[in-house]
Design a protein around this ligand. Structure first.
Ligand code: ATP
Ligand code: MG
Length: 361
């Protein structure tokens, strides 16, 4: 396993050595406008790989020097497409829409920014939990089996991805009732009922922290903070309780957009400490540890305690609220700075210092 990882990396580094410039490339979706604009702001060339249905987005903002149209994002793995990208000195910036291909990224010869092993950890709930737990963070309780449910929980089915397929309940009876309803709705199979990931539901304020670990400066930077605007859960408070009950409205958590957040200053210490610990543990998980963007997804309780329920080991779409700057990135840099630009800046600095290899694992 380790041997294979090393071999893949040395193959990619060989490609990187041939580059006499850097072009930033990414798949057209998620946070591509952020990534491409950031590259332009740093004077780098850009390529966007998108499907017909997204083309209008990337043509409308003028951030892609070149658009390569794909029938499907998985065409990125085609040798012919890869050759074109390598010829253009492309470094790929991964985002949420790459997740479906994580694990198959080994078939890529194109350099990908960041640590791909950590990205693989991210798509596995159990590994994620271990990572956060080892970092000493406060996590929601998890329940092995439905019979153990003794408080309000959120039930997540694999593959449901935040949207339909999550539900809240507070007892084993309610669990089975609602799981059956999901079977009837065709969202899960009868045999999948027990595959539920059952997690204590934390009541509070949702806060998403986007950090950047810089190998060049050897430091963790807070780049932006956001909260999500989720359908339908954020719409339910607009409906009086009696109408909610009659309508049998069940919340779903499909992300529709994001809002910027500025935190009560005293609460920042928990977040900054958590980020440092997560970076420390990442070094044990996968040498050399975190490179570039990551996000800690949390709920702050009414006691002001930060409970972390997820980590993303790459840029998240919530950083889009930080263009051209968030209060935090402005305080740190004294100029417009946002995640897409921060990534491009790191690549540029690393290139000048002859340490580009340290950004690609
Ligand atoms: N333990 C929890 N306590 C309170 N709210 C939670 C908890 N877990 C998840 N949520 C809410 O549900 C939403 C989706 O959960 P989660 O992020 O785990 O799903 P996901 O499968 O990663 O989907 P996505 O890709 O949309 O993030 C969160 O943004 C948050 O609003
Ligand atoms: Mg999530």
């Amino acid at each position: 396993m380790m041997e294979q990882i090393k071999e893949i990396r040395s193959r990619i580094l060989k490609v990187l050595k041939e580059y006499d410039s850097i072009t930033i490339g990414t798949l057209g979706s998620h946070s591509a406008l952020n990534i491409l604009k950031g590259a332009k702001d740093e004077g780098l060339k850009t390529i966007c790989l998108c499907r017909d249905k997204e083309r209008i987005i990337y043509e409308s903002f003028g951030v892609a020097d070149r658009i390569i149209q794909l029938d499907d994002f998985s065409d990125l793995l085609n040798p012919d497409i890869q050759r074109q990208l390598v010829d253009e000195n492309v470094v790929l910036i991964p985002h949420g829409s790459f997740n479906a291909y994580i694990g198959r990224l080994d078939n890529l010869v194109i350099p990908v920014f960041g640590n791909r092993i950590l990205m693989e950890w991210e798509v596995d709930r159990e590994r994620q939990r271990k990572w956060l737990f080892d970092a000493g963070l406060k996590l929601p309780e998890t329940f092995e089996k439905p019979e153990d449910i003794d408080r309000l929980v959120i039930v997540k089915y694999p593959g449901a991805k935040g949207g339909k397929g999550y539900f809240l309940c507070s007892s084993p009876e309610e669990f089975y009732e609602k799981a059956e309803r999901m079977v009837h709705a065709g969202l899960i199979g009868e045999d999948e009922i027990e595959d539920a990931y059952i997690q204590e539901y934390i009541v509070g304020a949702n806060i998403y922290f986007s950090f950047f670990y810089s190998p060049v400066f050897e430091r963790v930077e807070l780049i932006a903070v956001d909260r999500r605007y989720e359908s339908s859960v954020d719409g339910i408070s607009r409906i009086p309780a009696d109408v909610q009950l009659k309508g049998e409205i069940h919340p779903t958590y499909t992300v529709i957009g994001n809002f910027p957040v500025v935190l009560r200053e005293s609460l920042l210490s928990q977040a900054l400490q958590a980020a440092k610990s997560v970076v420390e543990v990442s070094k044990e998980i996968a040498e050399p540890g975190m490179v570039g963007p990551f996000c800690l997804e949390s709920v702050f309780t009414e006691e002001g305690e930060m409970v972390v329920f997820e980590i993303s080991a790459r840029i998240v779409a919530g950083t889009n609220v930080g263009i051209p700057s968030s209060p935090y990135s402005y305080i740190l840099f004294g100029e417009n700075m946002y995640m897409g630009r921060r990534i491009a800046r790191e690549l540029k600095l690393a290139r000048e210092r002859n340490m580009l290899e340290e950004l690609i694992y």
